[in-house]
Write a protein that binds this ligand. Structure first.
Ligand code: 2AM
Ligand code: CA
Ligand code: CA
Ligand code: CA
Length: 268
């Protein structure tokens, strides 16, 4: 584990404030009539004007507090990758837009702070249920209470979220990953919100997530930091320590991590 930088906890406070402000903007329009637009990957790759408004609100909040930090975000022409040096904020204004647009409560406003390319603070806020998951240099917490990953070790008892989205370009990867869980592990859970699944691993609601496809930092960094601070493990698809830009993500309670890597590693 890298030693989190001394300023991680100052930025965590600002990240929580920004996630709550952005989340409030999203909650205002939750379960109202929305114009849902389709992005490059088809109908499951959705976006609304609310996604953009939330990102704007968060960027404003972060820019006021830390004007010299880099800011990465899913929407618009924001920076898309985490720089290798310095402090960078990684923002997913609404993670789980399809759930959000359908009125399903499982969506989050996600913010990670990275230092030299490694997440050091995280705030995942689920406005519809008012659940807040945070971690800086200390314990991961849900609504203020310390949380730890679960202790399920038997592969046949693991609840696994295979892949996050179902983009047009990754249908086959999803079906293979679901197959792998059904055959080698306990059962499938698909939250429809990457950060909710990762937050769930940090609290023991879920045992693992497994993605073999390339992921963006806003779908991963905050949740990976929460899992690490909760005692779990996060690697790429080959079992090497996860970093933004890694290929795939296996994140788990740590108990059956090697079995997960073996099962999902595309090199058979
Ligand atoms: P999003 O809601 O921010 O787009 C379920 O679809 C999960 O996968 C969500 O967390 C979603 O994030 C994420 N995801 C990432 N890339 C996606 C894509 N190309 N298509 C659909 N979902 C995607
Ligand atoms: Ca999206
Ligand atoms: Ca997302
Ligand atoms: Ca999003």
């Amino acid at each position: 584990e890298p030693i989190p930088s001394a300023d991680a906890d100052d930025r965590l406070a600002a990240a929580v404030a920004a996630a709550e402000r952005g989340g409030a903007v999203a909650l205002d329009s939750f379960r109202s009539a929305l114009d849902v637009e389709t992005k490059a990957d088809g109908p499951m790759d959705a976006v609304t004007a609310v996604d953009r408004a939330v990102q704007e609100r968060i960027f404003e909040s972060v820019g006021d507090a830390y004007p010299d930090d880099a800011v990465v975000g899913e929407e618009g022409d924001a920076l898309k990758t985490v720089p290798d040096t310095g402090a960078a904020w990684v923002v997913d204004p609404i993670d789980g837009t399809v759930n959000y647009a359908k009125g399903n409560r499982v969506w989050m406003t996600s913010i990670a702070v990275c230092r030299d390319g490694e997440p050091v603070a995280a705030a995942n806020y689920a406005p519809a249920t008012d659940d807040l998951y945070v971690a800086g240099s200390g314990d991961a917490r849900r609504n203020g209470d310390p949380v730890t990953v679960g202790d399920t070790a038997d592969p046949n008892a693991l609840l696994v979220n295979p892949v996050f989205g179902v983009s047009a370009s990754h249908r086959r990867e999803l079906s293979k990953a679901v197959d792998t869980v059904c055959i080698e592990f306990g059962d499938v859970r698909r939250f429809g919100c990457a950060q909710a699944a990762l937050s769930g691993v940090a609290t023991g609601e879920l045992d693992a997530v497994a993605s073999t496809v390339e992921l963006n930092a806003w779908d991963t960094a905050a949740g990976v930091h929460l899992i690490r601070r909760a005692g779990g493990r996060a690697t790429d698809v080959h079992g090497d320590r996860w970093r933004p830009g890694s290929t795939g993500l296996i994140a788990s309670n740590g108990e059956a991590h090697d079995a997960l890597v073996d099962a999902f590693d595309p090199v058979e």
